[in-house]
Design a protein around this ligand. Structure first.
Ligand code: NAD
Length: 287
């Protein structure tokens, strides 16, 4: 059987480390890490994500500041709030929950965040640093993927990695992180031809397409590692609860070396990495 990589357990141990670092920042330097979360409108999924992030902050000793703006607020209002938070010494991380309403340009908003406080790692300066291997804050889901992979891979040099999905927030940064470790990376997307054959060449497959059970068992070669980033909510039938389904049919992957489950794989690591990034950003405030 393939080893199941337990993302919930790894997230708990990362949280413990983050909490210890936050406590040390407070006792040694008097810095209490602060995260500002901006939520525009009341998208139900965003409400759930924001609530989880705020709960996570409390768990590890980060002070959270929730800023809610109405659905019809202007882009100027969001930019003014970001400018105020950029200048606020109690705030070390700023997160704008996406999606934003149509009157607000996400690129302009994300680009207005001070790169040193950009705990989501979406600012062009941090994207540039990641692609040139020169540090900066790394997007949370890709960072979580690498930490999960690190539990089963010692040396990435020369391994074939296939990333399915090329979004700015998941696929592309994962590809950059794998390249940094000297893996040979193929980035694929909806227009890629012959994806099953390409995936079959891989030592590592990262599925980040948002297409339930896209990656089948016969796409995966014996001994490969499969990290499933995809999350699709499938409505429950006959009064049953909704289910979260990944991009990989892991029940067909007994021949893989290791796989991540959905839920309980990448998802918990994303929030743990956000908290860890906030403490990293807080260190920038040390004298
Ligand atoms: P996106 O829609 O921005 O990008 C999807 C990418 O997958 C695109 O590049 C597209 O070309 C590609 N794609 C779609 N269908 C495909 C197919 N059939 N074959 C090959 N490529 C295909 O999505 P995203 O924001 O990158 O998110 C991807 C998935 O990851 C979603 O399910 C999302 O919910 C999930 N996600 C999970 C976490 C987490 O914490 N676990 C975080 C972010 C995103």
């Amino acid at each position: 059987m393939a080893r199941i990589i337990d993302g919930s357990a790894l997230a708990r141990s990362l949280d413990a480390q983050t909490a210890a670092e936050a406590a040390e920042l407070k006792s040694r330097h008097g810095i209490v890490p602060g995260l500002a979360v901006i939520l525009v409108g009341n998208d139900p999924a965003s409400e759930v994500y924001v609530a989880r992030k705020i709960k996570g902050c409390a768990r590890v000793g980060i002070t959270s500041f929730e800023h809610r703006l109405p659905h019809d607020c202007s882009e100027a209002e969001v930019l003014a709030l970001i400018a105020a938070l950029n200048g606020d010494r109690a705030i070390h991380g700023i997160l704008v929950q996406v999606p934003l309403p149509p009157q607000i340009d996400p690129a302009r908003v994300l680009g207005a965040i001070d790169p040193a406080k950009d705990v989501d790692g979406f600012h062009p300066v941090n994207v540039g640093r990641l692609s040139t291997g020169t540090g900066g804050l790394v997007p949370c889901t890709p960072l979580g993927v690498m930490k999960l992979l690190d539990t089963v891979v010692d040396d990435y040099r020369g391994l074939n990695a296939v990333v399915i999905g090329k979004s700015n927030i998941v696929g592309k940064p994962i590809a950059m992180l794998l390249l940094e470790r000297e893996a040979t990376v193929t980035v694929t997307h909806i227009e890629t031809r012959g994806l099953p054959e390409i995936a079959r060449q891989a030592d590592i497959v990262i599925a980040a397409a948002g297409s339930p059970r896209l990656v089948r068992g016969f796409w995966i070669r014996e001994g490969a590692i499969v990290i499933d980033v995809g999350i699709t909510r499938v409505p429950g039938q006959d009064g049953r609860k909704d289910r979260l389904v990944g991009d990989a049919a892991i029940d067909e992957m007994a021949h893989a070396a290791a796989v991540t489950p959905v839920p309980g794989g990448v998802g918990p690591m994303t929030i743990a990495c956000l908290l860890s990034n906030t403490v990293t950003a807080s260190r920038g405030a040390m004298p």
